[in-house]
Design a protein around this ligand. Structure first.
Ligand code: ATP
Length: 232
């Protein structure tokens, strides 16, 4: 089967700034992949390219064998770094919005995750704490039956006690043949759910490995390896 996401010499520049410089990368189905790198390394740029929000300067990126477009919009579920939902909306409004907008939205799955996290349906987003808003958005994104989930900093505002629960319930709910790409700085929290990691720096992939390989061959956690590779 073809990889769900593949990049060949993917390059993106903004004026004189190079955000991605010749990235070659394959994301296989059934894997949870951590896209890890320091600030400004190109993680969000890669996610935006995968969503077709911006276009490559050169090289190419394919989703399920096709350039981003109508097909990729149907199979990719994207959690952006910044919120795009209007703050007057209640949880029930955003649920309806997703149900109307995405054919693959599983309302039952969303309702069950919201219930498990104690999030009410009548509360408007604007009166929720930042962490609760993040939980709602992550639930919406993970309740789609997508082939590729792209999560840009999904749990930055969530308290440490809730992170584990969210990661295990929400990430555990994804379709087994789908892939999840998570960009995060909270490596020690997230690494237990990762199969693979991709380290990126200055727009280039500097390491691509399974998590088992890092633990077995290097005898380190992903967090420890990240700190070693990117020591300031
Ligand atoms: N619209 C833009 N215009 C100009 N430069 C941009 C734009 N978007 C991103 N960049 C630059 O591209 C580089 C990569 O940015 P990107 O947001 O992809 O990094 P990141 O790895 O997601 O960072 P962070 O961890 O801080 O979120 C940075 O140098 C950034 O300043």
């Amino acid at each position: 089967m073809n990889p769900i996401l593949s990049c060949e010499q993917l390059t993106k520049t903004f004026g004189s700034k190079t955000a991605l410089a010749g990235v070659d990368l394959n994301i296989e189905r059934g894997r949870i992949v951590g896209l890890l790198g320091p600030n400004g390394s190109g993680k969000t740029t890669l996610m935006k390219l995968a969503n077709g929000l911006i276009t490559p300067t050169s090289g190419r990126l394919l989703i399920d064998g096709e350039a981003p477009g109508t097909h990729s919009k149907a199979v990719v579920s994207y959690l952006p770094e910044v919120t795009y939902l209007a703050d007057w909306m209640r949880t029930s409004d955003v649920l309806e919005f997703f149900r109307d907008f995405y054919k693959d939205f599983d309302m039952e799955r969303a309702l069950s995750m919201l219930k498990n996290l104690g999030i009410g349906l009548r509360e408007p987003l604007r009166s929720m704490s930042k962490g609760t808003r993040e939980k709602v958005q992550l639930i919406l994104v993970m309740a789609r039956r997508a082939s590729l989930y792209l999560l840009d900093e999904p749990i930055g505002g969530v308290d440490p006690a809730a992170r584990d629960y969210i990661l295990s319930t929400i990430i555990g709910n994804y379709e087994p043949q789908s892939a999840v790409v998570i960009s995060t700085h909270l490596i020690s929290d997230v690494e237990k759910v990762l199969d693979d990691v991709v380290f990126i720096n200055n727009g280039k992939i500097v390491l691509s490995s399974t998590v088992d390989e890092i633990r077995e061959v290097k005898g380190m956690s992903v967090d420890a390896l990240f700190r070693e590779v990117f020591r300031c």
